[in-house]
Design a protein around this ligand. Structure first.
Ligand code: ZN
Length: 167
């Protein structure tokens, strides 16, 4: 087990498109253990994408249950090759990202999504979710396509905010 190093902007590796996982082999299995441990090492962090820890594969981990505010959620989910197949609604909300430690931003996202993904045992899932959990999943899937929330804000001047320092 290991805590992995999280890349931050302007690292060019955050802008790459990640590759599908074709075989959940021992290396992928070990990576997922370290990846989940890394996510859980950041208190209150609800999601992480593999390219953020320098692994260019289509894997994300989501756990909205650890958010400071309660939100309906499905607990910890590790999603391999996640794909959004339907979405509805639109909502503007503030987001943060471990890879953008100094800023938050107002980002417009779908309210409801349906997606399919494979779990680490190889089982395929269809999931419908909404609200904060749906937002977190959309944010993490963006990372797989080389997109950061800064690429989604309408205005860098009006919709991006410097984080206060927590000491
Ligand atoms: Zn992020």
């Amino acid at each position: 087990m290991a805590i992995l190093n999280v890349l931050t902007i302007p690292d060019p590796r955050l802008k790459l498109v990640s590759q599908p996982v074709t075989n959940i082999d021992a290396a992928v299995d070990q990576f997922i253990r370290d990846f989940v441990e890394t996510l859980q090492s950041f208190r209150g962090c609800v999601g992480l994408a593999a390219p953020q820890v320098d692994n260019p594969l289509r894997i994300v981990a989501i756990d909205v249950s650890v958010s400071r505010k309660p939100h309906p959620n499905h607990g910890l989910m590790v999603m391999i090759n996640p794909e959004i197949v339907a979405s509805d609604g639109s909502e503007l909300m503030r987001e943060g990202c471990l890879s953008i430690p100094d800023f938050t931003g107002n980002v417009r996202r779908s309210v409801q999504i349906a997606l399919r993904y494979t779990d680490p045992t190889g089982k395929e899932y269809n999931l419908e979710t909404e609200g904060f959990e749906a937002r977190a999943i959309q944010h993490e899937i963006d990372h797989l396509n080389g997109l950061l929330f800064l690429d989604r804000v309408s205005s860098l001047k009006d919709d991006v905010f410097r984080r206060k320092n927590y000491l």
